[in-house]
Design a protein around this ligand. Structure first.
Ligand SMILES: O=C(O)CC[C@@H](O)C(=O)O
Ligand SMILES: [Zn+2]
Length: 460
């Protein structure tokens, strides 16, 4: 260890695991964007809260920037360390700290994977309902840092709804225990909620108290094939009015092509422009309701075809068609958009945006999918092989400016659930006013006076 500052840190925290091997710097310095070349100073893997505090205090003394790090499955560069930062990985802090049957809360360390949280809740016959495809690798701390959404938001809301308390080390090394599991707490600013979605720029989340709930009733999973985008909104309204939806997700035939090429099985014959995977509460009434909704959709020309899963394995196969998309696109290093609109604003917005993207990306493979029931679209643009990565990103950024303007006119957001990070910081002003951004900077200054926590993320 040649860096004197690091030697000082190691001497101060003798049990702290510190990594400086090039392979480790590479591994911990990047997230799923893979756009930036990792170049962290070192990786710190604390095993306990006191070590996290010690690291943050040391960083303040030496002016070292820190990148709080979870599973690094983020898609906005929020956990990238490319300019000599110390990566503060919560990976080793991955234990359950307690379960309270009366409060129905689970207290965990931030490094637990979402999957491990699900399993821990299951042991008490309860669920932690936030869920998405990266569950096996993403950490609960990262979910909190981005206010992660996913495939059940339509039923359960975002991560924000499920956090009863947070233990955080602020940028100045201060330990904050926020909200302490209370349901009601009308005692001033809710700093817990401020921390959720702050992308590691205000504090390092070390522990979280999660609300749990009863498992949903048995459900059914259905795949629908649709003739077009207009039909998508109609079918959503139709199904929502007849069934209790747990999920309503869409993807295009382009997405299906990639996911099939990646090993998934086709479930509906023929080619159709759009598909929906929906999951809904299943009881006797829902059997009739779903058939009636389906028939009405077919009669009106909104639905081409459909299939209902008859077993858990079939349900999983249908979900794979939707959940496998990101992985199937990854080899193309797509340029990702994660946009949000009020559902009522979607039909007009979609018309405009389809025309815009058709005009601006005439030769690119553009893959649409996402959480249409939440007004959240993921538009992935794939890089043509003959275009360099730099030129490709430059072209996409030009289009993103136009997309951001359109979003602004329709009152939408440039990031629905992935966060701003490095990727979208140039467009923050299309979603947040100057006054809001000035206040956000003031908040950052209050929590992290020296600007050491995830500098360069969120703000330009
Ligand atoms: O890859 C993407 O653009 C979206 C990833 C994730 O948010 C999803 O909904 O599958
Ligand atoms: Zn998503």
């Amino acid at each position: 260890m040649t860096d004197a500052r690091l030697a000082g840190l190691a001497a101060r925290l003798p049990n702290l695991r510190l990594l400086t091997d090039p392979a480790d710097l590479e591994h911990y310095g990047r997230d799923w964007t893979r756009r930036w070349t990792p170049a962290p100073l070192a990786i710190a893997l604390p095993g306990e809260l006191a070590e996290v505090q010690g690291i943050v205090r040391w960083a303040n003394e030496h002016g070292v920037a820190l990148v709080p790090s979870g599973g690094r499955t983020g898609l906005s560069g929020g956990a990238v360390a490319a300019t000599g930062e110390l990566v503060l990985s919560l990976e080793r802090m991955n234990r359950v700290l307690g379960f309270d049957a009366v409060d129905r809360t689970l207290t965990v360390q931030a490094g637990m994977t979402l999957h491990a949280v699900h399993e821990a809740a299951k042991e008490h016959a309860l669920i932690y309902p936030v869920d998405f495809a990266a569950r096996g690798s993403c950490s609960i701390g990262g979910n909190i840092a981005t206010n992660a959404g996913g495939i059940r938001v339509i039923r359960y809301g975002n991560t924000r709804e499920w956090i009863a308390g947070l233990t955080v080390v602020a940028g100045n090394g201060e330990l904050l225990r926020l909200n302490r599991g209370l349901i009601k707490n009308s005692s001033g600013y809710d700093l817990r909620q401020l921390m959720i979605g702050s992308e590691g720029t205000l504090g390092v989340v070390v522990e979280a108290t999660l609300r749990l709930t009863d498992p949903p009733p048995p459900s059914q999973v259905m795949l629908l094939a649709l003739p077009g985008m207009d039909a998508l909104m109609e079918v959503f309204a139709l199904f929502r009015s007849r069934l209790t939806l747990q999920a309503f997700e869409f993807f295009t035939d382009a997405a299906l092509r990639h996911v099939l090429a990646h090993g998934a099985q086709r479930a509906i014959d023929g080619e159709h422009p759009y598909y929906v995977v929906t999951e809904f509460d299943a009881d006797e009434a829902s059997q009739d309701a779903v058939l009636a909704a389906f028939e009405q959709g077919v009669e009106r020309g909104w639905i081409n075809d459909g299939v209902i899963a008859q077993s858990e394995a079939q349900a999983a196969a249908l979900w794979r068609l939707r959940e496998g998309i990101t992985e199937s696109l990854a080899p193309h290093k797509p340029y990702k958009n994660d946009i949000s609109l009020r559902i009522s604003a979607l039909p007009l917005f979609l018309q405009e945006i389809q025309a815009l993207l058709g005009r601006e990306y005439p030769h690119f493979d553009v893959v649409w999918f996402g959480h249409i029931g939440d007004g959240n679209l993921h538009i992935n643009v794939l890089r043509p092989e003959n275009l360099s990565e730099g030129d490709f990103i430059k072209q996409c950024e030009q289009v993103t400016k136009l997309l951001a303007d359109t979003l602004q006119r329709h009152g939408g957001s440039i990031s629905a659930e992935h966060g701003i990070g490095l990727v979208k910081r140039a467009y923050l002003g299309s979603t947040r006013s100057e006054a809001e951004i000035a206040l956000m900077r003031g908040v950052k200054q209050a929590f992290d006076p020296k600007g050491l926590l995830n500098p360069g993320k969120l703000f330009v």
